[in-house]
Design a protein around this ligand. Sequence first.
Ligand code: CP
Length: 304
Amino acid sequence: VNHLLGIKYLKASDVDLIFETADHFKEVINRPIKKVPSLRDITIANLFFENSTRTKLSFELAEKRLSADVINFSASQSSVKKGETLIDTVNNILSMKVDMVVMRHPNPGAGVFLSNHINASIVNAGDGAHEHPTQALLDSYSIREKLGEVKGKNVVIVGDILHSRVALSNIYALQLQGANVMVCGPKTLLPKYINKLGVKVETNLRKALEWCDVANMLRVQNERMDINYFPSTREYSQQFGVNKALLNSLNKEIVIMHPGPINRGVEITSDVADSDQAIILDQVQNGVAVRMAVIYLLASKIKQ
Ligand code: CP
């Protein structure tokens, strides 16, 4: 059985194939009839044990555009609340003849754990602070679309690196494609193992922005903190928030990205988030084509 559990399990050629397939699906979803019949014989369960707007809707739309049958499960409205385990929950769903599981879960490694216990393809839609592979793929796809290629580009990931699955998956994905990667944030929000990841580390946002072609701005994930890592939101936004005046003071125009959800006025001001310099909604749009590609390629292996 084949899975997408994390970018760290992919090769550069896998990413190339996903992007070439996504190029095709991007053209498809811009047609008047946005659907293809490719996955009429596949059933997919979207299991969300943690909140989501973009990823949940994007996967559902991608699956429907491929003509798969789709069932949606939200832990907060399920028998998980009565004490049912993850494996029992998934096996009950799989007994209804489901071929593929898309899962978001608060625990790092939940997808890998599940892959050892069930017989279906699993797509990781975010596992705690570990990986969010389809987000990293759509981020790189969006850089490739905007700048022609990812290779050789200087990309800085700014913010709460410690708690971010988007950061880790982006680091793996960008390095796989030959980009130069920097992380920038307060020392308290950088993981202790950061120097082992082969990235540049910067704690001065201006210096990071002067270096980069692309800045991916992350949200501070207060929901994953049991203590206050940084003195105040105001201090964070003053030192690590991007605003139009700061960007205008650079001697070049950089591309601004954000995976969402945005905390306007904290890590990014509205005059940046809503400007032509930001490709935030392009990222969301590309997410559907990239997820169609991932699901299509995994489903082709189920059919073999
Ligand atoms: N980018 C992202 O994962 O957003 P959601 O949490 O809304 O899915």
